[in-house]
Design a binder for this molecule. Structure first.
Ligand SMILES: Nc1ncnc2c1ncn2[C@@H]1O[C@H](COP(=O)(O)OP(=O)(O)OP(=O)(O)O)[C@@H](O)[C@H]1O
Ligand SMILES: [Mg+2]
Length: 258
């Protein structure tokens, strides 16, 4: 079942402040795709091709110049209509430094006006699954990079939305921590029935995690390819060495070079 439909979405920005002349930067052009309920869609493309802009348009933080975003067949033309429909984790983890891990985790529930005690109880139950057992009262500054990302993911998962928009959640991590967190995400994914849009720069990560990969072109970002990843689950660190995986990777890389 199609949950999200993005149709002919385009966005340009005023570049005059930066360049000192009146010019516009075309970030993305004519993005058209659908996402099925429960699907894990990964998005890959060169730096500056408009991946974050796409998620920010979905999250209602940026208004498209043209095109349509529809959820369950219902168009959401206004940014305000899209706010509160998607769980959004920005590219830089946005943990609030003055709040403990548990109080960061419940921020979404709190902003939605729910009970703090109930939200804390739910978050506490999930701490072990997110590798944060024993850290509920820690400050963000006391966490490792991987733990900060897991805390930010916990907050995004707990906010109660069906669709999660994750902007390079593992982008700033070293390769080893990243591999550990990829395995962890594959493991927890089945515990939650979420639809996920996940941006990455890493082809292996896109193919390992995704049911489907959207490959963006250089700016202005267009969809250069939509690749189905028909690799069986469970996937693990050996999956990336298998011949089926390598064939998919070759194909994805060929599209990225366009
Ligand atoms: N608020 C803004 N004002 C002006 N220009 C912007 C704004 N947001 C994005 N842009 C421009 O739009 C283009 C796309 O930016 P975006 O952040 O979406 O790229 P990206 O694909 O996420 O890049 P990266 O992989 O480096 O995160 C860039 O040229 C950027 O400078
Ligand atoms: Mg980005």
């Amino acid at each position: 079942m199609t949950l999200l439909k993005v149709d002919a979405l385009s966005k340009s920005f005023d570049g005059s402040a930066r360049r000192g002349s009146s010019s516009r930067i075309q970030a993305v052009v004519d993005l058209t795709f659908t996402v099925a309920a429960g699907e894990f869609l990964t998005i890959i493309g060169p730096s500056g091709c408009g991946k974050s802009t796409l998620l920010r348009m979905l999250a209602g933080l940026v208004q498209p110049d043209a095109g349509c975003i529809a959820l369950q067949g219902q168009p959401l033309p206004d940014a305000s209509a899209r706010q509160g429909r998607f769980g959004y984790m920005p590219q830089r983890d946005a943990l609030l430094p003055w709040r403990s891990v548990i109080d960061n985790a419940i921020l979404g529930a709190e902003l939605a006006g729910g009970s703090r005690a109930a939200a804390r109880a739910e978050a506490r139950q999930l701490l072990p699954l997110f590798g944060l057992d024993g850290f509920e009262n820690a400050w963000p500054s006391e966490l490792s990079g991987g733990m900060r990302q897991r805390a930010a993911l916990l907050r995004t998962f707990l906010a109660g939305y069906d669709i999660l928009l994750l902007d390079e959640p593992f982008g700033a991590l070293d390769a080893l921590t990243r591999r550990v967190l990829q395995q962890w995400l594959l493991g927890v994914r089945d515990r939650f029935s979420k639809t996920i849009l996940f941006i990455t720069h890493d082809v292996d990560e896109a193919l390992l995690l995704g049911d489907r990969v959207l490959v963006f072109s250089h700016r202005p970002g267009r969809i250069a390819a939509q690749l189905s990843v028909d690799l069986p689950h469970p996937r693990n660190e050996d999956t990336v060495l298998e011949s089926d995986f390598l064939a998919l990777k070759r194909n994805a890389l060929a599209h990225l070079k366009l």
